[in-house]
Unconditional design. Structure first.
Length: 287
């Protein structure tokens, strides 16, 4: 699978980096906290010079338009990020389901993640980022992905409206990401994994657009049941193994394990991440 084509109807968005942020934004963006974000490595994006266009005020959404999901509006989860075998407290991520709403004529979920580096890691790399996903409520595919990065005193805002061959007609005054049908963004992906029926279909595949490149994510049920202890408590959970591929090849030294509680909400309680720069353990602390 090749990279997506980014059409900047404002201006083209440069794609000159030698690595991609997807592995560092998946798993509640935890590894991004550990390694720093795109500001330090790629410079500002010309396609993000204007503030992103916000959706109109929410209107009541018809219940029949949305698929059944284990999460609900108003849900909030907090995670801590432990970096490396020394368990350095590197950061915090707050993940929330803001609302289900009308998004330019389509019923959508609004997901949000807010990430902060902490303690010693904050001294090394100050990071306060926000990510918003507007995800189609019927298909759980990405409609719009937004990043508000504030790192090391620099700020950068970016927003992309997803466009496929099935939906080519979009406003001319927004940045467009041409993606494959079924594409998720990193935030929406986590919720899609929560909503998957792992007993019926033990494998999940989807393209994922991270704001710069298009990847294929392959998730499989690795362990149907096990006990997990995190600060929020002890849970019986299922382990989902997550691989990230680019152009048909696995990203080097990149792997995630997602533990979903066997409760009605399929709560993500633990994420274990292996990336080229080290390992991370992302633990649920409050819900």
């Amino acid at each position: 699978m090749g990279n997506s084509t980014i059409e900047g109807r404002l201006q083209p968005i440069p794609m000159t980096r030698t690595y991609s942020p997807l592995p560092f934004r998946m798993a509640m963006l935890s590894c991004l906290l550990l390694l720093g974000g795109t500001l330090a490595l790629s410079g500002p994006s010309r396609g993000a010079q204007r503030p992103p266009r916000r959706p109109p005020p929410a209107r009541p959404s018809p219940e029949a338009a949305a698929v059944a999901v284990p999460f609900r509006s108003g849900e909030g989860l907090t995670f801590r990020i432990l970096w490396s075998k020394f368990s350095v407290n590197a950061g915090k991520v707050d993940l929330s389901v803001v609302e289900r709403r009308d998004f330019f004529g389509r019923v959508a979920w609004h997901f949000q993640a807010i990430a902060h580096s902490m303690d010693t890691m904050r001294i090394v790399y100050a990071l306060d980022d926000q990510f918003d996903s507007y995800t189609d409520a019927a298909q759980l595919t990405s409609l719009q992905y937004e990043m508000y990065l504030h790192e090391q005193g620099k700020q950068q805002n970016s927003s992309w409206r997803m466009s496929t061959a099935d939906n080519p007609s979009l406003p001319a005054n927004i940045a467009i990401a041409q993606v494959l049908p079924g594409t998720r963004d990193p935030i929406g992906l986590l919720y899609a994994l929560r909503a998957a029926d792992w007993k019926r279909a033990p494998e999940f595949r989807a393209p994922v657009f991270d704001g710069h490149n298009l990847y294929e994510v392959v998730a499989r049920l690795e362990q149907s049941s096990g006990e997990v202890m995190v600060p929020a408590g002890q849970f019986v959970a299922s382990c989902i193994s997550v691989r990230v591929l680019q152009r048909g090849k696995d990203l080097e030294s990149t792997h995630f394990s997602l533990w979903l509680a066997q409760n009605a909400a399929h709560t993500p309680v633990l994420i274990e991440a292996e990336i080229p720069f080290g390992t991370a353990r992302i633990e649920l602390t409050a819900q």
